[in-house]
Design a protein around this ligand. Structure first.
Ligand code: NAD
Length: 337
């Protein structure tokens, strides 16, 4: 099977490439990524050096049809679209790029997948398209879309286009909507790696508002196994929610990090709340469990400890980001464009 994986130099995409390498060593993996600030080829060390042509990196923008078309011309069996602008805070400051990448980019890929009769299109979406929850209740696949940030609105728009390509053209699509991921290779602008990085340097840990916003944490490898199941077994046109049922407040997450690193709670600084900050997300993942047999393997306590240890043990990876040198890293190996 030949897979076109977009955004494979980012957090989840790179974890997915590592996962698929192990789970399906015979597959050919084509990684197309524009290498924005969030794209980091050092996330892929160990994959790109395999010289047998079963992995190839192409620097390209999903909004650019001319850049993407040759990849489809060469033949792909499935597209898994991770490429996106993914940070809510950035979408509040600069919404326009979220519209072009997340909506126009997805539509460009859909159009090419249609033209080249690709067997399957998997869109990686987010639970944020459902909006926010009160103290009780869970998002199911039928919860109405009610996005609150420019980021989530752009992701919801992309989801509707994916749905429309199924309804209009009969394309075999799936949409996955997952809760907050955590694990190795996450850009340290997001809560968990940011807080670990700050704590390791004895710097203040900035917590939005009262810190009681709740997120449903999902270890990234469990997300990858879910996507693998959807890729191979998802019914055409279906949406699958993916979540770990690991609800924690931001303050609880931060407290665990401080405790694991032996740092004092006095490092916590409450800062003014994010605009339009959703209060609570929580996912009902019954459908993917029952229909595709998905079983997450990483209880939160184990996943968070492993994650803290990973960042603490990868000072060089963190340093390359802090200094910006990760942006000039070549992919190495002979199989890259
Ligand atoms: P990320 O920001 O770490 O990575 C995004 C990748 O996409 C980067 O490598 C970047 O270079 C690439 N990219 C950006 N614009 C591009 C473009 N125009 N053309 C080609 N490549 C481009 O994001 P992530 O956290 O890995 O998220 C991956 C996907 O999962 C996104 O679609 C995101 O919406 C979704 N998601 C993420 C989370 C999470 O917790 N991280 C939760 C739910 C859904």
């Amino acid at each position: 099977m030949k897979l076109l994986i977009t955004g494979g130099a980012g957090f989840i995409g790179s974890n997915f490439l590592h996962y698929m390498r192990k789970a399906h060593p015979a597959y050919t993996l084509l990684n197309a990524d524009a290498l924005t600030y969030a794209g980091n080829l050092t996330n892929l060390e160990g994959i790109e050096s395999v010289p047998d042509g079963s992995y190839r990196f192409v620097q390209g923008d999903i909004r650019d049809r001319a850049a993407m078309e040759p990849l489809f011309q060469a033949g792909v069996d499935a597209v898994i679209n991770f490429a996106a602008e993914s940070h809510v805070d950035r979408s509040i400051v600069q919404p326009d790029i979220f519209v072009t990448t997340n909506i126009v980019g997805t539509q460009t890929l859909l159009e090419l997948a249609r033209a080249y009769k690709v067997d399957k299109f998997v869109q990686i979406s987010t639970d944020e398209v459902y909006g926010t929850l009160g103290a009780a209740g869970l998002f199911s696949e039928t919860t109405p879309l009610s996005p609150n940030s420019p980021y989530s609105a752009s992701k919801a728009s992309a989801d509707l286009l994916v749905r429309a390509y199924h309804e209009t053209y009969g394309m075999n699509v799936n949409i996955t909507r997952c809760s907050n991921n955590y694990g190795p290779y996450q850009f340290p602008e997001k809560l968990i790696p940011l807080m670990i990085a700050q704590a390791l340097q004895d710097k203040p840990l900035p917590v939005y508002g009262d810190g009681l916003n709740v997120r449903d944490w999902l270890y990234v490898e469990d997300h990858c196994s879910a996507i693998d199941l959807v890729l191979h077994g998802g019914a055409p046109g279906e949406i699958y929610n993916i979540g770990g049922r690991n609800e924690r407040t931001n303050l609880q997450v931060v407290a665990t990090i401080l405790e694991a690193l032996g740092k004092p709670a006095s490092l916590i600084r409450h800062v003014p709340d994010r605009l339009g900050h959703d209060r609570r997300y929580a996912i009902d993942a019954d459908k993917i469990r029952k229909e595709l047999g998905w079983q997450p393997q990483f209880p939160y306590e184990r996943g968070i400890r492993a994650t803290i240890e990973w960042y603490a043990g990868h000072a060089e990876w963190m340093e390359r980001i802090a200094t910006g040198t990760y942006r000039s890293m070549s992919a190495g190996g002979g199989s890259n464009d």
